[in-house]
Design a protein around this ligand. Sequence first.
Ligand code: IVH
Length: 704
Amino acid sequence: MPHRSPPEAPLFPSLEEDAARVQAVRDLADLARTIAHHDRLYHQLDAPVLSDADYDALREQYRTLRARFPDLPPPPDDPETRVGAAPAGGFTKATHRVPMLSLANVFTETETREFVARARRFLGKASDESLPMVAEPKIDGLSAALVYENGVLIRAATRGDGTTGEDITAQARGIRSLPARLQGPCPEHVEVRGEIYLSRADFLALNEAQKAAGKDPFANPRNAAAGSVRQLDPTITASRPLGFFAYALVPAPGETLPMATQSALRECLHAWGFTLNEPARLCDTVETLLAYAAEMERERHALPYDTDGLVYKVDSLADQARLGTVSRAPRWATAYKFPPEQATTRLNRIVVQVGRTGVLTPVAELEPVTVGGVVVSRATLHNEDEIARKDIRESDLVRVQRAGDVIPQVVEVFPDRRGPDSRPFALPDRCPACGALAVREPGEVARRCTGGLTCPAQALEGLEHFVSRDALNIEGLGTRRLRELWDLGWIRTPADLFRLESRRDDLKTRDRWGEDSVTKLLAMIEARRRVPLDRFLFALGIRHVGDKTARQLARRYGTLAAWRRAMDEARDETSAAWDDLKALDQMGPDMGRALTAFCADGHHRALLDDLSNLLVVEPAPPPPTGTGHPLAGKTLVFTGTLTGMTRAEAKALAEAVGATLASAVSRATDYVIVGDKPGSTAKRARELNVPCLDETAWEALLEG
Ligand code: IVH
């Protein structure tokens, strides 16, 4: 038998070959890193800098090199094996060896004095004995615990519920102000705790970038920091300018800390390379503590980050140990919360904005006023219930407050300062962006525009949905590109996608498109001119209509025209068409109404007409009768309890032989299977002359 060896590197490569292999390892690693970088720009940040052609060239270069040296190990971020940029699962859990506590709060001078007095009493301090305290700013960020072994960061975890958090080691390694290795001598095992945060300037810059990428801005630096850390892809975390403040130290099991005071502990953290909350002050008396608080309250806006208060900690670590903890908060520390910053001003007007999901949000336009060092001219009013509860009206004198968030809130109004023309405010029942009906569904606080795809405020979101994988599945049209096409006015409705061909030459000359990617995209759109009815219905993005409902609708109505006719008839809720629609499995009145309202809307009618002219919407295949089973293609309704099998089992069996299940009887029902204690369904079936089967007959029919 001829001996066949697997292709592998020669046993004794020549010197030249050696050098080439070494170079290949380096080049592969460089290419992989570059590709990963561009993947991230494209997929996560929606801000690619390479044309598709240049990106493809990089990939090709990488593939060629890999093929030339197949025995070389792939680099860590090998683009061929990396699926997307992020691991598939979520974060792994990390249990804290010592629970991460929270802090009790004090809000006033009196409460501050009480906190100190309590600690003194507990420690049995004489009235002339001082109890030094360290006071420092409290940063509202995301607390994290960092475990160092022999000075090297081996694990980072979020606080979570205090006992178990999430492992964010990879993310923490990307935070520059968080040392991966402690400087100078340190114990073998130590845990440093602190706060991950974003400075105010970096927060504002990040929000600008979010907005430019068509994403929602963060409400406050805390959310932005948390959002940046909770990225499965650590390279995103690394791209955000996060900071870290260290404020606590946990010794190794069975050991005690080498220093005697909190102040010394701070110095130690600083020496290891950590940034600390500044300005901190060691205060010998309550009076100096209160003076510090007053000073900080005045100066807080000069700090580069947002602070919501101060933390007071007993300086002596021995005293801290004696004081211990009570209900998950230390007795030796407390947080002093600054009073929220408020101001009084005139509410000029209430404007109603429409969000990307169609929610109408009332926003107060204010006479500009300074609140906490920031000029404020708008305040959020949340929703109509909030407006009614506080009876907020246009032209009111109002008190506004900033509570850390960018957008302040209206705290209260002054009704006795109203003029005679003052009227309660009502949210419009039409969308201010497109004029479609805005409805509030039972149980919801939000009023929502029903314009969907045809509402300019929601169009981009709708377009993204229209091209998404389970809808028309048009690749290469991310948020950024859709936005660009929208801004150019070339695409306003999904139908415009199918007219994009006329822009071929204009597109090719645009930055970051390039000939190849335009050709690819237009070919893909062309290929989607034939689309199955179920995908088409799903793509419309009708509220409540997911892919499963879309499939059911397609199966039930067969063609786009038949579906539209049926929806028009079903607008009359006494009609047989409405009964038919409602009889579909899981179809409630809300979903039914969303469907009929969608089809009745003038903009949507025009859109559907337009799309019908441009596309071939393929009729749904008839229900699977091919099984030859007598139940194949039949529509069944169950009522009452079956004794021989569960409802889920019956449903699975029915579907397996090609039957469809409905939840209510209509003329389209073939059989009603009546179990024990049937509901009104059985009666209705008799009225409609739908054959009823008892359980035995059902089982016999099932047997075929
Ligand atoms: S000391 C036993 N110091 O505020 C807890 N915490 O509201 C010792 N925080 O969970 C915490 N700045 O995440 C401390 N200078 C500071 C702080 C600080 C912010 C956070 C920390 C804590 C939370 C309690």
